[in-house]
Design a protein around this ligand. Structure first.
Ligand SMILES: NC(=O)c1ccc[n+]([C@@H]2O[C@H](COP(=O)([O-])OP(=O)(O)OC[C@H]3O[C@@H](n4cnc5c(N)ncnc54)[C@H](O)[C@@H]3O)[C@@H](O)[C@H]2O)c1
Ligand SMILES: O=C(O)C[C@H](O)C(=O)O
Length: 311
């Protein structure tokens, strides 16, 4: 499998590193607009090959999309990250134009590529890729829910004082500070509902900490996170490479699922060789449904800004 990662910054490089370390792709091409930057990141990462024991070939190019030709998957991380105090939505003015141009360049060279959108505001950027191209909806995947769910599991494990591998849980909805919907009533510790172990108050603290997970890290780091984002992307790419049919919450174009239409938003998706092979409609309780509907309204408000920022 050939994977292109556009944006060789914090998230793009972390994503390339995890893909290489997991050793399922033959080739990763890093692309950046900054002269020499992707080449440097690729060289540094390739010097880890003998140390970390991977065979994936990583190359870097400065804005030369001919080198990305024939990519099976392309990950778009190009654009600016937020600074402390900002929302992801505030990035739309700069990132929309970047994501649109990058997508057009990718498609010219890899018409059948599956696109994974990472740049923020991610749900709106995924929707932009849908609006600006004729890529079928199964080949446009927004990465947010896989990361948010990993953060949810981290918070659950912290509260339960157990390893993350003992908990399971999922976050659906928009990838925003207010729009995430951590499905706390469905979260389990080794198949036992977490409500058996945690008070209602502790559970709502976990939900709130999960929703602001990205903002918390941005406050600590001065820019947004990259390790868990890179790892989350690498798991989506792996599911495609291995045709695994695993379920991840991804931002997908909804056409009636969950009563929603005309936007990309985080919903459970089966991922395989064809990208999003199915949106899974799980039973939501009334509160979860109401939160998802409200979240969709928020994403739609941001989507409505696209025309003016791209004009
Ligand atoms: N969806 C998620 O879960 C998630 C998680 C983390 C970060 N993000 C988003 O990912 C984006 C990247 O974050 P980062 O921390 O890696 O930022 P960064 O600044 O470290 O890297 C971004 C890179 O994009 C490059 N770039 C800019 N314009 C480009 C273009 N036209 N073509 C190619 N490269 C271009 C820059 O030169 C830079 O190297 C941000 O928008 C951030 O908000 C999303
Ligand atoms: O928080 C951000 O702005 C980056 C990303 O969306 C994240 O959740 O880490």
């Amino acid at each position: 499998m050939k994977v292109t990662v556009v944006g060789a910054g914090a998230v793009g490089a972390s994503c390339a590193e995890y893909i290489a370390i997991k050793n399922f792709a033959s080739e990763v091409v890093l692309v950046d607009i900054k002269e020499g930057f992707a080449e440097g990141k690729a060289m540094d990462l390739m010097q880890c090959a003998s140390l970390n024991g991977f065979d994936t070939k990583i190359t870097g190019v400065t804005n030369d999309y001919t080198k990305t030709a024939g990519s099976d998957v392309a990950v778009i991380t190009s654009g600016i990250p937020r600074k402390p105090g900002m929302t992801r939505e505030e990035l739309i003015g700069i990132n929309a134009g970047i994501v649109k141009t990058v997508t057009e360049n990718l498609l010219k060279n890899s018409p059948n590529v599956i696109v994974i959108v990472v740049s923020n505001p991610m749900d709106t950027m995924a929707y932009l890729v849908h609006k600006a191209t004729n890529i079928p909806k199964n080949r446009i995947i927004g990465m947010g829910g896989a990361l948010d769910s990993a953060r949810f599991k981290y918070r659950l494990a912290e509260a339960l004082d157990c390893p993350s591998s003992d908990v399971d849980g999922m976050v659906i909805g928009g990838h925003s500070d207010t729009g995430m919907v951590p499905l706390i009533d469905k979260a389990v510790r080794n198949s036992v509902p977490v409500s058996e172990f945690l008070s209602a108050e502790r559970m709502s603290e976990i939900v709130e900490a999960t929703k602001v997970g990205g903002a918390t890290l941005t406050g600590l780091l001065g820019t947004s996170a990259w390790y868990a984002p890179g790892a989350a992307v690498s798991e989506l790419v792996r599911a495609i490479a291995q045709d695994s049919k695993k379920i991840f919450p991804c931002s997908a174009l909804v056409e009636g699922e969950y009563g929603l239409n005309g936007l990309s938003i985080g919903v459970p998706c089966v991922l395989g060789a064809n990208g999003i092979e199915k949106i899974v409609e799980i039973e939501l309780n009334a509160a979860e449904k109401a939160k998802l509907t409200e979240s969709a309204e928020g994403v739609k408000k941001t989507n409505a800004l696209l025309d003016s920022v791209l004009a």
